[in-house]
Ligand binder design. Structure first.
Ligand SMILES: Nc1ncnc2c1ncn2[C@@H]1O[C@H](COP(=O)(O)OP(=O)(O)OP(=O)(O)O)[C@@H](O)[C@H]1O
Ligand SMILES: [Mg+2]
Length: 332
């Protein structure tokens, strides 16, 4: 079911509570799709970063090859924040008169700890990854951080697009760049990247059109991300969970939060199901799991559910991932 669903989408987001198997399911799905002949990019947005550990090789902010047809990268929120601040700082310093350099520095240092900075910086990188990735790959698989964080992230594109829109309108009304700077508040990430090439002495018109182009591109990215997230034909959000009380409750809550943000959840993956035939202890657990699954079906019974067995050992390294991918295919 999961592989079938992945097979006709361009973007998958895999979310759920901590430790339920998001990274494992994301990686195995990506591997299976690459082996089916698609060009796949596996992206981790989790600050804890376990793609490298899972694949037994370093994975960083640039795509590296994990298998034939499969690349991986890790987006690090802290690096994203630093990258944005240094780009923005450099660009603003170029744009502003020299005597305001101190103001720029103050603005930048306040921005670093502004509420929502990490999420917004990460979202900007996700938007950029979707923007570029859709050109270079057939499928993008996002392994997201545990629940609450992801739900907030999914609500952001709307806000960021609206914010950029508002900034553009204010800019149109205001005469100078100083007004824009004052309007930026703590939120000018990504502002700098394409301004870096600008030479001092450009005319105000050049400056205006550069700022406009930049804001336009930024708004385009967020609007596109919003469109992709809301388009069930191109994008699917999958919730992974264990058949236990808290993961079931959290998955129901995550589903509701995603619905509120206009993100359609396409399926549930219930991982680590206890076997029925491996002794009385696990058989009893399995019965208990059934009762939690009944609760899940009561609320989310309209969604397809794929179940995966608890394995005797952790899934680590390419051979174990290969076996897990085959399990995904077999249980479809
Ligand atoms: N079906 C399974 N059977 C046995 N072990 C599993 C199974 N699925 C995942 N694991 C193991 O469970 C642990 C957690 O899995 P994973 O890292 O994929 O979860 P996660 O949801 O990404 O966690 P986090 O929220 O910390 O990112 C790993 O050690 C993984 O190898
Ligand atoms: Mg993980």
């Amino acid at each position: 079911m999961l592989l079938e669903l992945a097979g006709n989408r361009r973007v998958l987001f895999i979310g759920g509570k901590g430790g339920v198997g998001k990274t494992t399911v994301s990686a195995a799905t990506a591997l299976a799709q690459a082996q089916a002949g698609r060009r796949v990019l596996l992206v981790s947005t989790d600050p804890a970063h376990n793609l490298g550990h899972l694949w037994g090789r370093p994975v960083g902010p640039r795509p590296v090859s994990l298998a034939e047809g499969l690349d991986g990268l890790e987006l690090d929120p802290q690096t994203a924040v630093e990258q944005h601040l240094s780009e923005v700082g450099a660009a603003l310093r170029k744009l502003m008169p020299a005597h305001l350099a101190g103001e720029v520095d103050k603005h930048m240092s306040l921005s670093r700890d502004a509420p929502g900075m990490h999420e917004a910086a990460l979202l900007e990188r996700i938007a950029e990854t979707v923007d570029n990735g859709l050109h270079d790959y057939d499928l993008l698989v996002f392994d997201t951080a545990p629940s609450g964080h992801t739900a907030r992230l999914m609500a952001l594109p709307e806000m960021m697009a609206a914010w950029t829109e508002g900034l553009m309108r204010r800019r149109e009304r205001s005469a100078g760049f100083g007004a824009v700077l004052r309007n930026l508040g703590g939120d000018d990430r990504g502002f700098g990247e394409s301004l870096l090439g600008r030479e001092p002495g450009d005319s105000p018109e050049d400056r205006d059109s550069q700022v406009r182009r930049l804001l336009d591109r930024r708004r385009h990215r967020f609007t596109q991300l919003r469109e992709v997230l809301g388009d069930a034909n191109r994008c699917a959000f999958i919730i992974v969970l264990a058949a236990e009380r808290l993961p079931v409750l959290e998955s129901i809550e995550l589903h509701a939060q995603l619905q509120r943000s206009g993100v359609d959840v396409a399926a549930l993956v219930v991982n680590k199901r206890s076997p029925a035939d491996a002794g009385a202890f696990l058989a009893e657990r399995r019965v208990q799991e059934e009762s939690y699954l009944d609760e899940l079906r009561l609320v989310l019974g309209h969604l397809p559910i794929q179940q995966l067995p608890l394995l005797a050992s952790d899934v680590q390294g390419p051979p174990a991932l290969q076996a897990f991918a085959e399990l995904l295919a077999a249980r479809s």
